[in-house]
Design a protein around this ligand. Structure first.
Ligand code: NDP
Ligand code: 8X3
Length: 251
């Protein structure tokens, strides 16, 4: 059965891999992001009856509403919303971090996800069908130095997903939080403001997750039978693990 799948942040990384996979499996996909050139490139040579681009910024509440309202009838009943658009900015300690970076992460990872969900969810409830997949992170569960505001936005995503599940009791609408660990995408380039040396060094000597590893987990969660809700999936590469508690020993 072909679904209509709307993916935020489909111009790169996990979002693009999801677009490739769901399209390849026969679903209709709505690809979104701010970089129009990438959206144009993605849809070139694909069937316009099965892929539809919309260019907007999830931080702009009115643009979100206008973008969804602009969907052609054939794409307007969204079966799956993948709230993937997001970013980390900086790795400074909290007392040295930039407030503008915190604002951008809150506006994108939290408020953008809320705007998308609030715009799409009523129609899913009316149709008593649909699936919201949020992209959280291991950073939402585990603290690390420099993860301050970014990790907190992902903790929000985790608890918002749980609370959606609570609100949606009695409907057939499903919700899932996907919580990846180290994965190589443009994530670190964005985090380090396109300092490619710094970004590359994050992955040096590791075998990180790939965008398709995450897309496949998302596809699996979405493709379960309608009575099955996957609440959360936490995924790390084998090379990633936990640190011990650390102590500041004096004297
Ligand atoms: P990428 O940087 O490769 O992709 C991020 C996507 O988000 C891009 O398509 C970008 O599109 C979009 N985006 C960013 N800001 C906005 C905005 N304001 N409006 C609309 N779209 C926006 O990173 P990933 O694929 O790694 O990241 C995807 C998600 O996965 C994020 O939520 C991230 O926090 C999360 N994550 C990443 C991990 C990793 O290690 N890579 C691990 C755990 C979670 P455009 O710039 O065109 O707008
Ligand atoms: C991205 C994973 O560990 O860089 O969410 O925060 S991490």
């Amino acid at each position: 059965m072909s679904r209509t799948v709307l993916i935020t942040g489909a111009t790169s990384g996990f979002g693009k891999a999801c677009a490739d996979l769901f399209y390849a499996k026969g679903d209709k996909v709505i690809v979104t992001g701010r970089r129009r050139d990438r959206l144009d490139e993605m849809i070139r040579d694909l069937d316009p009856a099965r892929i539809h681009p919309i260019c907007f910024d999830v931080r702009e509440r009115d643009s979100v509403a206008a973008a969804i309202s602009s969907l052609p009838a054939e794409f307007s009943a969204v079966d799956v919303l993948i709230n993937n658009a997001g970013l980390a900015l900086g790795l400074e300690m909290a007392h040295e971090a930039h407030l503008e970076d915190w604002d951008t992460m809150v506006d994108t990872n939290i408020k953008g996800l809320l705007y998308m969900t609030r715009r799409i969810l009523p129609d899913m409830v009316t149709r008593n069908s649909g699936h919201i997949v949020n992209i959280g992170s291991v950073a939402g569960s585990f603290p690390y130095p420099g993860g301050n505001a970014y990790g907190a936005t992902k903790a929000f995503v985790s608890q918002f997903t749980n609370n959606l599940k609570a609100d949606l009791r009695g409907t057939a609408v499903r919700v899932t939080n996907i919580e990846p660990g180290l994965a190589e995408t443009e994530f670190s380039k964005v985090r380090f403001k396109w300092d490619e040396g710094k970004a590359d060094s994050v992955y040096t000597g590791t075998k990180p997750l790939t965008p398709m590893d995450i897309a496949e987990a998302i596809y699996w969660a979405v493709d379960r039978p309608p009575h099955v809700n996957i609440n959360r999936i936490e995924i790390m590469p084998v090379c990633q693990s936990f640190g011990p508690f650390v102590f500041d020993r004096k004297g």
